[in-house]
Design a protein around this ligand. Structure first.
Ligand code: ADP
Ligand code: MG
Length: 256
């Protein structure tokens, strides 16, 4: 199946009482089916906005977003989103959280449970089906969020700094699990991160965004064989290049 995603000249301007904020300007991007794309850039450069546009939760002020030859006009189950903050429903168990999208689509209970169980297994949470979010660690909550996003079987998984608030060791484990899921399911993943290390470990390609208004200033292919070693010489060289590019952008917004 072809799930090509294309952004053509996408600009987003937010209008508020204080005036207009140009969050994104002239974003051109093509994402291949099955590609793992990381997006990196300084805080406030429009990364979340970009994901929300692709998800169909916001609309471009100009330009267009084309998925499988059709313009994206709103949210749809072909795109699943995992947010930075734990966005689980606290009053629902793990199973009921993962079932949520399926329930919205009117899928019968028995089938819903079977699908939810499958994805709970995929993120290694068997045995926790009847736990509530408050009983889980941060890493486990993000696994539930991933299972919930996968349950409706989207072709594109949109992830907004999903591992930003878990400890370093858990983060490494979650990265490995995500790669395993990606390899197994063949999904297209668009993954926003603050971390150059994370981008170089995960991505086929890294898009570097400029300070506001967000533009894509560089797209770098990460041609390192998988499974990757975090400490290889090649990884170090690419990390260095990306870091240099990113520091330039951070300087522009006075973050350094
Ligand atoms: P990032 O995720 O890269 O930190 P965001 O996409 O959240 O950046 O925000 C980009 C810019 O757009 C910021 O200046 C932010 O304040 C502004 N912005 C984001 N959402 C809204 C909104 N709903 N209304 C007005 N301004 C917004
Ligand atoms: Mg953000």
């Amino acid at each position: 199946m072809n799930h090509k995603l294309e952004l053509r000249g996408v600009t987003k301007v937010y209008k508020s009482e204080g005036g207009e904020i140009k969050a994104l300007e002239g974003i051109n991007l093509e994402v291949k089916p099955g590609e793992f794309l990381c997006i990196i850039g300084p805080s406030g450069c429009g990364k979340t906005t970009l994901l929300r546009l692709i998800a169909g939760l916001e609309h471009p002020t100009s330009g267009e977003i084309i998925l499988d030859g059709r313009e994206v006009r709103g949210p749809s189950s072909d795109r699943g989103m995992v947010f930075q903050e734990f966005s689980l429903f606290p009053w629902r168990t793990v199973l009921r959280n993962v079932e949520f999208g399926l329930q919205m689509r009117g899928i019968k209970k028995k089938e819903r449970i079977a699908i939810a169980e499958k994805y709970i297994g995929l993120v290694n949470l068997e045995g926790f089906e009847h736990h509530y979010p408050y009983e889980l660690s941060g890493g486990m909550k993000q696994r539930v969020a991933i299972a919930r996003a996968l349950a409706t079987e989207p072709s594109i998984l949109l992830m907004d700094e999903p591992f930003g608030s878990v400890d370093a060791q858990t983060r490494n484990i979650l990265q490995e699990e995500l790669l395993r899921i990606w390899e197994r399911t063949g999904k297209t993943i668009i993954f926003v991160t603050h971390s150059v290390d994370e981008a170089v470990y995960l991505a086929d390609r890294v898009a570097v965004m400029s300070a506001r208004p967000g533009r894509i200033v560089e797209c770098m292919g990460i041609n390192i064989e998988r499974p990757r070693k975090r400490t290889s010489v090649e990884a170090n060289v690419i990390r260095e290049q990306l870091l240099r590019r990113l520091i330039t952008e951070h300087k522009k917004v006075g973050l350094i």
